[in-house]
Design a protein around this ligand. Structure first.
Ligand code: GAP
Length: 431
């Protein structure tokens, strides 16, 4: 993991948030290469789930939502982690992370039976556990009182649920159908950790898939298989590093009747990459109660009226980003074997020597012609050719095109393959 963190900083994928001021825990900034890789991951998801299907549509809801949203969804009451304080050094921690095998529902008694050592000072003198709500609170408008309290959304899902009726009344989609959203979510995590795995500000890609209540099991299995396909075939993760964890009832979120976590073997151990949850009609019914508006769905063909149930695939962009980096990074060779669809740059053009004007001129011509057509081409004339290959290997560029002295003779250029280091010669028009 340390090597991945250092690669990210060295090559401009990810920097600590507010780095210049000493950082800001739980926040990370994406640099030029990181922005491109992140966008490619998000585009691959959108293309697979939305663009190439007829039954899933996109929305992009506001981050700030009417606070009734979070009352109705149960987040105000239950979106909380177990917090303990070390009485000796006043360090605060998530209780379940200090006890092996524990989960978020750990009690003070269970915690004190184990009496773990404080990770900061080594003592074992603990407060009782108290529930800590993870939503970030803010005030909307110029008056800071109870009436102006709002929250940064802790999940993108609610922006979908609150638009369900708008979409049904404008698109009249047939069941089953889904609504997809990508965007930021905010959680005041007690202990952000493991690089970008647990952040206070993250991006989610979520789908709420509305189904007939009696069909949920079939649709759940279908979505499970489609998510596997997305992760292994579209993103290219190694299926041997992916496992499914059937979350037991006591550990499931308050809204879920079934959850399968997709676990990924990160360098620091196995962690949740994404979740697939059966949310029943929990959210639509709560919105109905809180808003007074019907969330009924009327079947156009049969006239049947029902409240759909919901299956939700939810994945964090940062967790997928880290899975991609660790999956494709070859530490020994220093090569990031990204598939073509994810690589920030697909082609790098360079002159063999940058102090030979005839090579530079020809290389520029090749570069300009490619750049006019494709955004994913980069120019590199820094250092010597060996150093350039090393850099492009590290950032995952599949092909390097080099203009050398033979180019001046016969017009062909060298194309060097990242993964095999093999080289072929082609005419620029054939690139
Ligand atoms: N709408 C359902 C939901 O938000 P979740 O299991 O709390 O469920 C879904 O989050 C996914 O979002 C996780 O599987 C993970 O990929 C990502 N995620 C959640 N909290 C995160 C955090 N603090 N930092 C990075 N990613 C996070």
């Amino acid at each position: 993991m340390d090597n991945i963190v250092s690669l990210c900083k060295r090559r401009g994928f990810i920097f600590p948030g507010s780095d210049v001021y000493g950082g800001f825990a739980g926040t990370w900034d994406f640099g030029p290469l990181g922005v491109m890789l992140k966008k490619n991951i998000m585009d691959a998801w959108w293309h697979y789930w939305v663009d190439s299907r007829d039954d899933i549509f996109g929305v992009d809801a506001a981050i700030l939502m009417n606070p009734t949203t979070w009352e109705a969804s149960g987040h105000t009451a239950t979106f909380a982690d177990p917090l303990v304080e070390c009485k000796a050094c006043h360090g605060r921690f998530r209780a379940d992370k200090l006890v092996k095998g524990a989960n978020e529902s750990i009690t003070t008694e269970e915690f004190k039976n184990q009496n773990p050592k404080c990770p900061t000072c080594g003592k074992s003198d603990w407060s009782d556990i108290r529930k800590f709500n993870m939503m970030f609170k803010t005030h909307v408008g110029p008056v800071e009182d109870d009436s102006s309290v709002a929250y940064l959304r802790p999940e993108t899902a609610q922006g979908i649920f609150t638009n369900y009726k708008n979409v049904v009344d404008t698109l009249y989609p047939n069941l089953p159908f889904g609504l997809a959203q990508q965007g930021k979510a905010f959680r005041n995590e007690i202990s952000p950790r493991d690089f970008i795995l647990r952040d206070r500000e993250c991006s989610q890609m979520e789908i709420e898939y509305f189904v007939r209540p009696d069909n949920w099991e079939k649709e759940f299995d279908k979505l499970l298989a489609e998510n596997n396909k997305f992760l292994t075939e579209v993103i290219g993760l190694d299926s041997a590093k992916l496992t499914h964890y059937e979350v037991p009832e006591k550990d499931r979120a308050h809204y879920s009747k079934r959850t399968v976590d997709f676990m990924y073997k990160y360098p620091n151990g196995e962690e949740e990459l994404m979740g697939l949850a059966y949310r029943t009609d929990f959210d639509l019914k709560n919105i109905e109660r809180a808003s007074g508006r019907s969330m009924d769905y009327r079947d156009k063909n049969t006239g049947e009226v029902l409240t759909p149930h919901v299956i939700e695939p939810s994945i964090g962009v940062e967790r997928l980003f880290l899975a991609v980096l660790t999956n494709f990074w070859d530490e020994e060779k220093g090569i990031l074997h990204l598939p073509d669809n994810l690589a920030p740059y697909k082609l790098c053009v360079s002159p063999l020597l940058k102090n030979k004007p005839e090579l530079v001129k020809k290389a520029r011509k090749v570069y300009d012609a490619l750049k006019e057509k494709y955004t994913f081409v980069t120019w590199d004339d820094s250092g010597n050719i060996g150093k350039r290959y090393k850099k492009q290997d590290e950032i995952g560029t599949p092909k390097c095109i080099v203009i050398d002295f033979d180019t001046l003779e016969d017009g062909t250029v060298t194309v060097r393959d990242r993964d095999t280091a093999s080289q072929i010669r082609v005419k620029p028009e054939e690139l």
